[in-house]
Design a protein around this ligand. Sequence first.
Ligand code: SAM
Length: 201
Amino acid sequence: MSETLTDWQAWHRRYDDPASPLSRRLGIVQALLREALFAAPAGPIALTSVCAGDGRDVRGVLAEHPRAVDVAAALVEKDPDLAAAAGAVVGDAGDLSTYREIPPADVLLVCGVFGNIADDDIRTTIENASRLCRPGARVLWTRGRREPDLTPAIRRWWGDAGWRETSFVTGAPTAEWSVGAAYLTRDPLPYEQMRLFTFVR
Ligand SMILES: C[S@@+](CC[C@H](N)C(=O)[O-])C[C@H]1O[C@@H](n2cnc3c(N)ncnc32)[C@H](O)[C@@H]1O
């Protein structure tokens, strides 16, 4: 576990290179987000992004998607400068009380989170993600695949929590990243104030 906290603004500069693994991951997140919006039933779509960063995944898609007019997006980000770029709520996305005023999501993004929290927190987040969601919600998540690769366990945890996987895309051959998508097949758990995770990097 690293003792050094990450400079998240510097981390975002890896997006400046369109050939970087992070940029390729962004392309997949955006493609799957486009699909999730097309798959949403007619009517309003509530979207929540957990640890949104500068929100480029969501903003890039909403700039050109036909369903964008239906989307009410709530992005939650701790860094005030990144939050300002994203149009995000400044807050601790690991604390469910932060979402008190945020409507339950039809589309939930948990991108760039699972590589920065303890394994137990990943599991807690997955087991309780539906507390932030409406029935039938779709989730997009990411996680690096360097050994020890936790993605087999993560995919199983989503399944155990009632989410059916629709995509799992991995950045072969470097295996630096993966993006998963799933939809909720069970009734969401009720909203409750609890801690999902704490960043360790
Ligand atoms: C790896 S970046 C991911 C950003 C974005 N989701 C993406 O994939 O491009 C992690 C982000 O989480 C933010 N962050 C860290 N701890 C947080 C917390 N407790 N609540 C909200 N955001 C947090 C950081 O400031 C950073 O912008």
